[in-house]
Write a protein that binds this ligand. Structure first.
Ligand code: AMP
Length: 617
């Protein structure tokens, strides 16, 4: 690759050997040095290709100019483009939005009218994703030696797919990728050798898939150099599964025979090959570790050569950090990338940084990026911009409030500023609001780096208060320190704004467990009331004013729920269309059915006993 001409393949994708980490690094340097030119070319290419689509034609009227594009093409939400997506799903030609044929629709974890949003995808887009995944390797190898001397135990899963009336596949982005030839026929790359045979990843029965992947991971434990899953929650689910199934896994290892309930023929065949023969010594060893009273550091014990755990622990996943640290035995947690069904966005260039310090550098040839400036909440709670009515309840901002807000380009974002990400993709999304709020933390060469702040619309509100996901996480993090000091772990939480009484109040649902023995702990009411107060003290000034001065918010409540409640919540969300792979516990619940699921499992309720401190600023 030559400087100044970083993108040779169609769709602005450079061509190089992914086994060559040095070449990969050089590409990243070029991409991050030439941000402005690349973004300009990406936009030109997207407009030139798609100017004749019904969608763009209506705005551009044959003009290919960036200024015209930005002046005439509106910044949109999913609801604005939904009619086009639905037409394609129902059999209209995909060239109403994309010159490149749309080969499938990717079901996002965001929903619209109770259904998953669907994002267009093209054949070329799979190559873009492959290119992106390949770039993660040189970044990791820069910080961690010897990754080509062993294997990765990545627990990856597919989800059942559906077809639209027109016969297009509709499935989550990861299922689409794992089932693609780009993944299945990937060329050998010594930095990316997995313990899970593809058959176990592609098995549609998630229990068999999980069992087989863990069995293969355990059998090859001495070769494992890194472990992980896409999101922290999925990795923790795997640890839970292991807790429930280690005896059987050991027995299979001991006898060299895979359990009879593994009926998927592909899985049986490959796992038998990996298992190969009876391994009684290995079984004894695993049994010894799993039989221990405490599972603290279990990852390090079972996979002793592990150099890091690759799981996303930013955004709403940040609440899993302490639980992961408990199980990991001090192994670094690495969030490598920031991506979505719409587009793959950014890479963490400092993968060993602490979860709280993680930033992602947006890769400028992935899409054309724009940014809507977001103001931080004021003391009077007047502006937190951009919650524009997509969320139907408790949402303060109005659609009209942001109409005049101009977007900023990738090279023009300012350090320390908050923005909402807007993308124009190669796949038929134009000036589309992703819904993520990001903050600029620095630059890699000329490419800005962003901390993921939160997803728009995940807020609690009773009066004029507006609590973001980030605010809630901070407050819960402070409160959970109190129980942690008593040997109790907060393993999951969510919340809702209970407006059924006047004044309404915030309700937090907490699932707690005793460190070590995994039982529901005995709870001291005074301690739990202190947790309620600490959450309130940690919430923002507007909340505290409403609660203390205006009395427009009642005392905050914590409802402790039985073990397994959040699994039931996940099952419910999955039954409503969420993907198992991409599932993230909603931090704020609005559906009555979901609240009933939680409420029916409440074992204890505690209320804040004192109003939080507040004084006018
Ligand atoms: P989906 O459309 O279901 O693939 O979900 C994509 C969304 O997941 C993004 O828009 C983000 O809100 C969230 N997400 C993805 N990657 C990360 C990350 N590294 N850190 C925090 N949130 C993320």
């Amino acid at each position: 690759m030559t400087r100044g001409n970083p993108c040779q393949l169609p769709g602005m994708l450079p061509n190089y050997d992914p086994n060559d980490s040095e070449a990969g690094m050089k590409i990243l340097e070029d991409l991050t040095e030439n941000v402005e030119q690349i973004q300009q070319r990406v936009l030109e290419e997207i407009i030139t290709r798609n100017a004749r689509t019904d969608y763009l034609k209506g705005f551009l009227d044959g003009q290919f100019d960036k200024q015209v594009f930005k002046k005439t093409v509106p910044v949109v939400n999913y609801e604005d483009i939904k009619p086009y997506i639905e037409r394609i799903a129902n059999g209209d030609s995909s060239n109403i939005i994309s010159a490149e044929p749309i080969i499938e629709l990717l079901t996002s974890s965001g929903t619209s009218g109770g259904q998953p949003k669907m994002m267009p995808s093209t054949a070329e887009d799979l190559h873009r994703k492959t290119f992106f995944y390949n770039l993660l390797v040189p970044v990791m190898t820069k910080y961690v030696d010897g990754l080509d001397e062993g294997k990765a135990m990545y627990l990856l899963f597919v989800k059942p797919e559906t077809k639209t009336p027109s016969g297009l596949m509709a499935r989550p982005v990861l299922t689409s990728y794992y089932k693609s030839n780009n993944f299945k026929n990937r060329p050998f790359n010594r930095f990316n050798v997995y313990t899970s045979p593809d058959e176990t990843i592609l098995c549609s029965d998630s229990k068999q898939s999980m069992y087989c992947q863990l069995l293969c991971g355990l059998v090859q434990r001495q070769e494992v150099l890194r472990v992980g899953a896409v999101f922290a929650s999925a990795f923790l689910r795997a640890i839970k599964f292991l807790e429930h199934n280690w005896k059987e896994l050991c027995s299979n290892t001991r006898t060299g025979h895979v359990s009879d309930w593994i009926t998927d023929p592909g899985c049986r065949k490959v796992v038998s090959l990996v298992l190969n023969k009876p391994k009684p010594e290995l079984a004894d060893l695993i049994e010894h570790e799993c039989n221990s009273n405490s599972w603290e550091g279990i990852i390090k014990k079972l996979w002793p050569r592990t150099k890091y755990i690759e799981v996303i622990v930013t955004g709403s996943m940040a609440q899993y950090v302490s639980t992961l640290e408990y199980y990991s035995g001090g192994i670094p947690l690495v969030s490598t990338m920031y991506a979505s069904s719409e587009c793959y966005f950014g890479i963490n260039f400092k993968p060993l940084s602490k979860p709280w310090d993680v930033s992602y550098t947006l890769i400028p040839n992935m899409a054309y990026f724009e940014f809507l400036p977001v103001k931080k909440k004021n003391e009077d709670g007047a502006q937190y911009v951009q919650c524009n009515g997509v969320c139907k309840e408790n949402c303060m901002e109005k659609e009209t409030e942001k109409e005049d807000v101009e977007t900023v380009e990738l090279v023009d974002v300012k350090l320390g500023q908050y923005y909402e990400l807007v993308v124009t993709t190669f796949t038929g999304l134009y000036r589309y609001r992703v819904g993520d709020i990001l903050m600029v933390t620095g630059f890699h060469n000329k490419a800005p780096q962003f901390r993921f702040v939160h997803r728009r619309n995940v807020v609690l509100s009773i009066d004029t208060d507006k609590t973001s996901e980030e605010d809630l996480l901070k407050a819960v993090t402070k409160a959970k320190v109190i129980v942690e000091s008593l040997g109790i772990l907060l393993i999951e939480y969510t919340s809702y704004a209970d407006a059924s009484s006047i004044p309404g109040h915030y309700v937090l649902f907490w699932e707690l467990t005793s460190k070590g023995n995994n039982h529901l702990p005995v709870l001291d009411p005074k301690i739990m009331e202190q947790c309620c107060s600490t959450v309130e003290e940690s919430l923002d000034s507007v909340y505290r004013r409403c609660r203390r001065k205006d009395n427009s918010i009642g005392p905050l409540e914590i409802r402790v729920v039985q073990h397994g409640t959040f699994d039931a919540l996940m099952d419910f969300c999955v039954s409503q269309g969420s993907s198992v792979n991409q599932y993230k516990t909603p931090r704020c619940i609005k559906s009555g059915e979901a609240i009933n699921i939680l409420d029916s499992r409440v074992v204890a309720r505690f209320f804040s006993q004192k109003a939080p401190f507040w004084e006018p600023v």
